[in-house]
Ligand binder design. Structure first.
Ligand code: ATP
Length: 220
């Protein structure tokens, strides 16, 4: 049965660490496709600097030409806060019992208990946690708050083959190629008029240029 991955983010802007995460996880778990889901009003953090339309356009440019990566714009069409649990509930009703993976970096996973109805996420999907510089997987367990550690211990699977054996409910990790890129650092480079080359796709750099994105310092 074909397995699908979902990878949410502000993508403000999208960069090569996001794309490698999607591509490597697709490879490792033999996913038919990973769909990138730009978030409109992320509940856990500051508002994105670029508009939803710009972030969607950059995400689409970044995956163009790679059939294994797609973009799911449904959170941008929904009013109010985007909750992953709502997105995955919709997706699950579309996919039937196909294996579904929710992808995230280890920094995001450590904060999972702050997500709306977070325990229900495991009823809807497997979670795949990728290493991020500063968040090594061998220290992941010790960084988790109690209730999440309990879920981690109960659900962790070390064999990627287990992914397709059930539609949801397991936890996997992936030793992603370490790329210490962050959207915050990229926005700083833009403010300093420094080169962005080789940190994100050329088409996205051209789009940022053309639309004069990220040129205003944060108000905060
Ligand atoms: P910011 O710098 O504003 O925090 P970001 O680069 O972390 O942005 P997000 O859109 O917030 O980008 O991240 C979306 C997802 O991508 C999250 O699950 C995050 O953990 C993951 N991610 C982002 N950068 C990396 C990276 N360098 N390595 C691994 N995972 C990453």
């Amino acid at each position: 049965m074909s397995a699908i991955g979902f990878f949410g983010g502000t993508f403000d802007p999208i960069h090569f660490a996001h794309l490698r995460l999607a591509e490597e996880v697709a490879d490792a778990f033999q996913l038919q496709q990973v769909r990138l889901v730009p978030t409109s009003v992320p509940p856990h953090r500051d508002q994105p600097k670029a508009s939803p339309e710009h972030r969607l356009a950059m995400t689409r440019l970044a995956v163009a030409g790679n059939p294994r990566l797609g973009v799911d714009a449904r959170e941008l069409g929904r009013a109010g806060i985007s909750y992953t649990v709502d997105t995955l509930t919709e997706v699950r009703s579309e996919l039937g019992s196909a294996p579904l993976g929710l992808l995230m970096g280890a920094d995001a996973f450590v904060a999972l208990t702050t997500w709306h109805r977070w325990t229900e996420l495991f009823d809807l999907a497997h979670i795949i946690v990728a290493r991020r510089p500063g968040f090594p997987l061998d220290k992941l367990a010790s960084a988790l708050p109690g209730p999440l550690h309990e879920q981690y211990a109960k659900r962790l699977e070390t064999q990627a083959e287990a992914f397709k054996a059930a539609p949801a409910g397991k936890l996997f990790t992936h030793e992603l190629t370490a790329l210490d890129v962050s959207a915050t650092a990229l926005r700083d480079l833009i403010l300093r008029k420094a080169s962005l080359r080789y940190l994100l796709p050329d088409q996205v750099i051209a789009y940022i240029d053309e639309h004069h994105l990220y040129r205003e310092p944060d108000a905060s």
